[in-house]
Ligand binder design. Structure first.
Ligand code: COA
Length: 280
């Protein structure tokens, strides 16, 4: 999509480089807290990038000192308190749409690059992204308890998926902050690196994902999320059907190419790296 047709540009910035779409929450003076206008813009940006061939991997980050300070207490909460129920629900819908529905089911791989403050509502998009890398210096907090509410949206549900129940309880009930290294130790992010190395390491990871067969990546993501709550009998059947579906939609015929390149050509080892990708 031509850059001038790409949605965003105000509360959300988009830059595409070498297949990586850098999506930046852009309210640095408000620590990138998520207002209804930002949420509406994110819905459009994610929608556009999902079908843009130039975007092969999406990185979500924040401008300035913050990843995101969570929901906008002024515009998302106070300003909508007196609105009729349907209007309140409309405001909540765009928030849930991008932070959870779109990101958690995104057809391309996604990485959250946590550059700084990450509070409350920001845990939903963080955990909805497939992978996450944080600056060691980043600060995380499930701060809702500090102003007398529960972590709503999908925050509580996301936390207990990414953390142990003990840790989710501890940080939700105390509101204590934790840094990037602690987030990595608890599994909230994949790894933490010094802030000076954050973009370099994120780029390296995104480039690695881009070398893989995109249909297989998508099927793997969907399979991981879908099987979380399934009994083994059901997941065995689901994964069989998913494998068959992948062979139908994969225009690279990756499975057969992989077998040929390993067994006949002996040109690569699947255990040690990705195969050569060719369109059929
Ligand atoms: N909602 C609305 N405004 C917010 C906000 C939020 N979640 N987070 C920050 N802001 C605004 C501040 O009100 C301030 O606005 P002002 O300049 O008009 O006064 C501006 O962003 C800068 O915030 P400030 O608190 O001065 O920055 P800081 O760097 O000293 O502290 C935080 C950063 C993130 C620790 C602090 O802003 C904070 O605690 N934010 C709320 C975090 C939270 O509980 N989020 C959960 C929401 S679900």
């Amino acid at each position: 999509m031509p850059a001038d047709k790409m949605p965003g540009g105000k509360n959300v910035l988009v830059q595409i480089e070498d297949g990586i779409a850098w999506v930046t929450l852009n309210r640095p003076e408000k620590r990138n807290c998520m207002s209804p206008a930002l949420n509406d813009e994110m819905v459009e940006v994610l929608d556009a990038l999902e079908i843009d061939d130039a975007c092969k991997c999406l990185v979500l980050t924040g401008a300035g000192e913050a990843f995101s300070a969570g929901m906008d207490l002024r515009e998302f909460f106070r300003a909508t308190d007196g609105l009729p129920y349907t209007k309140q629900m409309r405001v909540r819908r765009s928030s849930a749409t991008w932070q959870w529905h779109q990101l958690a089911h995104y057809m391309k791989p996604t990485i959250a690059m946590v550059n700084g403050w990450c509070f409350g509502g920001a845990f939903t998009p963080l955990i909805s992204c497939d992978l996450a890398i944080a600056a060691e210096e980043a600060n995380f907090g499930v701060s809702e308890i500090n102003w007398g509410i529960i972590p709503g949206g999908q925050v509580t549900r996301s936390l207990v998926q990414a953390m142990s129940v003990r840790n989710a309880m501890y940080y939700t009930l105390t509101g204590e902050t934790f840094n990037g290294k602690q987030a990595a130790a608890m599994g909230i992010v994949n790894e933490a690196v010094p802030k000076a190395k954050l973009k370099e390491r994120t780029t390296e990871l995104a480039k690695l994902l881009i070398t893989k067969n995109p249909h297989a990546l998508r099927a793997c993501k969907e399979a991981i999320r879908a099987t979380i709550g399934m009994p083994f009998e059901v997941s065995g059947d689901y994964l069989g059907a998913k494998s068959s579906q992948l062979r139908l939609v994969d225009d690279e015929n990756g499975r057969n190419q992989g077998l040929t390149q390993f067994l006949d050509e002996k040109s690569y080892r699947p255990g040690l790296g990705a195969m050569r990708r060719e369109k059929k």
